[in-house]
Design a protein around this ligand. Structure first.
Ligand SMILES: Nc1nc2c(c(=O)[nH]1)N[C@H]1C(S)=C(S)[C@@H](COP(=O)(O)OP(=O)(O)OC[C@H]3O[C@@H](n4cnc5c(N)ncnc54)[C@H](O)[C@@H]3O)O[C@H]1N2
Ligand code: MOO
Ligand SMILES: [Mg+2]
Length: 401
């Protein structure tokens, strides 16, 4: 039996990447860029007015002129207009092009207008003028051809806006793995079925499928009976056609727990079987031709914990979307005597920037309904019997929000 930390290390040392694929802009949010994206033009692409007001020539301003005749209005979305003398100005709107005859914008708040003989004049009161005031100069952010985004960049909302502004209808992103989720067990029936007295619905695999689907990872679902021959035959096919296998059930010591033996027979190299932890002690992990096989213990809380604590962080690391684990403050003493790492279910609440974890122990790893009270697992490392309140521990939240 190995420790939680050793198990994490075995898993995290296994690196995988699955190539790249082209997706539409709308599908790219949350994905990881697999190409360089360059500026298709200068940013901004023209001298851009940043305040509604009047545009004048700076030379006229320094020579002391404060009154200008309005020669026209320049709206955003129009080609550049110009003044024909330094006694003129243009009314200009934010986002408009600044014509080459002007190099300074005075905002409306510092301008007074008056009309005379059908002509319109602007008198400016801005005494802190400088050249290019209220102008976002062409190319001052980025020059055409410069690299704006590098491979490995996570496409968050801001990055998506950059892709949009450079006109990328499609982008290369890192491919997700082809994940197979396999439930094993003669007692299991589909969610839509009415179970007989001795049957239960297969909640574990549906839970994993939903979490992965929400991340954009599509999964193939399989159900296999507790039969050595069937398991061997079917898993051999599933292994060939998928990049990652997630199995639930059949890994403990029962007479129908065939998976460890079947997997080894199929050439999956066992990395470990059993981890010094509760729940999830019989967790089995192996590698077949660089493809990881996670065989989670079937009890619902065990599958849930191993999936959230081991698999999801591993997947995020491969996809470069991993954000470091957070910590939470334990709100009451927890007594746990076995010499095992204890992943206690907790409800989490944040208060003044700190996260607090209220233990919701429940009735063990078969007590699925207790999950309604919790939003994560708090990791209490082995080697202690009493875990004191007010201490911080690593927390694995499974809240989707
Ligand atoms: N003699 C021993 N017995 C057991 C040990 C042990 O160390 N010695 N470990 C216990 C622990 S801890 C766990 S956890 C379970 C692990 O069991 P398996 O991985 O072999 O899983 P199964 O026997 O197939 O099922 C266990 C339990 O989980 C339910 N299950 C399975 N799949 C699903 C699913 N997709 N959705 C919902 N529930 C599922 C299944 O019906 C069983 O009730 O072994 C202990 N025994
Ligand atoms: O490890 Mo089992 O998960 O305690 O029921
Ligand atoms: Mg079993």
């Amino acid at each position: 039996m190995i420790s939680v930390e050793e198990a994490r290390k075995f898993i995290d040392e296994h690196h995988a990447s699955w190539g790249s694929e082209r997706v539409s802009l709308g599908e790219s949010l949350g994905r990881v860029l697999a190409e360089e994206v360059r500026a298709d033009r200068d940013f901004p692409p023209f001298d851009r007015v940043t305040m509604d007001g009047v545009a004048i020539g700076y030379e006229a301003y320094v020579s002391g002129r404060r009154e200008f005749e309005v020669s026209g209005v320049q709206y955003a979305g129009e080609a550049a207009k110009n003044i024909s003398g330094d006694d003129q100005c243009l009314e200009v709107m934010t986002g408009a092009v600044l014509g080459s005859s002007c190099d300074m914008v005075i905002r409306y708040e510092d301008v007074v207008f008056h009309d005379q003989d059908g002509r319109r004049f602007a008198t400016i009161s801005d005494e802190q003028g400088f050249r290019w005031k209220n102008v976002h100069r062409q190319g001052s952010d980025q020059k055409e051809g410069e690299v704006l985004l590098a491979p490995g960049q996570v496409i968050h909302a801001g990055v998506l806006a950059i892709l949009a502004t450079v006109g990328r209808m499609e982008t290369y992103v890192q491919k997700f793995p082809k994940v197979a989720i396999v439930s094993t067990g003669d007692e299991l029936v589909d969610v839509a079925q009415i179970p007989k007295a001795y049957q239960i619905r297969k909640s574990n695999v549906v839970m994993m499928e939903s979490v992965l689907t929400m991340k954009g990872v599509s999964c193939s679902m399989f159900h296999l009976l507790d039969d050595y021959e069937i398991l061997t035959k079917e898993l051999s096919h599933i292994l060939k056609s998928h990049d990652v296998l997630l199995l639930s059930g059949g890994v403990s010591k029962g007479k129908a727990d065939f998976l460890p033996q079947v997997l080894e027979e199929l050439g999956v190299e066992k990395q470990f079987h059993t981890v010094a932890q509760r729940p999830g002690k019989p967790f089995w992990f192996g590698i077949h031709q660089k493809k990881p096989v996670f065989a989670f213990p079937g009890n619902p809380i065990s599958t849930m914990m191993c999936f959230q604590v081991y698999f999801m962080p591993w997947l995020s690391k491969q996809l470069h979307t991993y954000s470091d684990t957070s910590v939470a403050v334990l709100t009451e003493d927890v007594v746990f005597k076995p010499d095992l790492g204890y992943f206690v279910q907790v409800s989490l609440q944040s208060h003044q920037g700190r996260l607090y974890a209220m233990p919701q122990a429940g009735n063990g790893s078969g007590d699925l309904v207790n999950l309604a009270k919790s939003t994560g697992f708090l990791y209490l490392p082995a080697g202690q019997e009493v875990y004191k309140k007010n201490k911080e521990y690593l927390v694995y939240s499974f809240s989707p929000l």
